[in-house]
Design a protein. Structure first.
Length: 202
C-alpha cells in the first residue's frame, strides 16, 4: 500500500519539511558538515549518508533550498521504504485511511515502538476499537516529558483511524464511527488532563 495524498499532506504538516540540511539532534540548519552533532538530515527526515553528501552539499545553510520536484522526489524516496515496511507488517484488510494513520504513528515512533506494535496487533486482529484506543494511548513523551504536540498528534491519528474504520463497516456506519471517535478522543483528553494536573514527585 501507499500513503494517500491526504495522508502525505498531513505527514508533511505534522513532521515539518526543512528545505536545507539540518542537524537532527538540534533541528537547526547547518552551514557545514562539521557542525552536525547528530545526523545530517533534510526534507522530511531524510538522513544524509556520507556517500550522499556531494548530492546535498548545495543545500547547506546559506546556499540553495530544496524545492519543487526535487523536494518531492526526496520525500518520496524517504517514505517508500517505510510504506513497504508497514505493508509487510499488515495482515488484515486495511483502508487507505487506516494505513495513513498507522503510517503516521510508525513514522514518528518507529516500527519497533511497543505502543505502535500493540496498535498494529489490534488492527491485524480486526479489533478497530481497540486499535484506535491504543493509537491514542501511544507514545507522547520525549526525554521523559509529555509533549503537547505528540498528544495532539496521537489524537488526530486515532480519530483518523477510527473514521476510516467506521467508513469500512457496512450497514451501520455513523453509530460505529461516532463511538470509535468518541472513545479515542475521550481517552486522549483524559491522558492530557492527567499530564497537566498530576503532581510530580520531588
Amino acid at each position: 500500500m501507499r500513503l494517500s495524498d491526504a495522508g502525505l499532506a498531513e505527514l508533511r504538516r505534522t513532521e515539518g519539511v526543512i528545505a536545507q540540511v539540518y542537524d537532527d539532534a538540534t533541528g537547526r540548519v547547518v552551514s557545514s558538515w562539521e557542525q552536525v552533532k547528530g545526523y545530517p538530515t533534510i526534507a522530511l527526515g531524510r538522513l544524509i549518508q556520507p556517500g550522499d553528501r556531494a548530492r546535498f552539499e548545495r543545500y547547506l545553510g546559506g546556499r540553495e533550498k530544496l524545492v519543487g520536484s526535487e523536494l518531492d522526489a526526496v520525500i518520496r524516496d524517504t517514505i517508500e521504504p517505510r510504506e513497504r515496511q508497514l505493508t509487510a507488517l499488515i495482515t488484515s484488510p486495511t483502508t487507505p485511511g487506516q494505513f495513513d494513520a498507522l503510517f503516521s504513528m510508525m513514522f514518528n515512533t518507529g516500527a519497533g515502538n511497543k505502543t505502535f506494535r500493540a496498535a498494529l496487533a489490534a488492527h491485524n486482529a480486526r479489533d478497530a476499537a481497540k486499535a484506535a484506543r491504543l493509537i491514542a494511548a501511544g507514545t507522547v513523551t520525549s526525554k521523559g516529558k509529555v509533549v503537547a504536540g505528540l498528544v495532539k498528534r496521537r489524537a488526530r491519528e486515532a480519530a483518523a483511524y477510527a473514521s476510516a474504520a467506521g467508513q469500512a463497516i457496512a450497514g451501520n456506519k455513523l453509530p460505529i464511527l461516532s463511538i470509535l471517535v468518541a472513545v479515542a478522543a475521550g481517552y486522549v483528553a483524559i491522558r492530557w488532563w492527567r499530564s497537566r494536573h498530576t503532581p510530580r514527585l520531588p
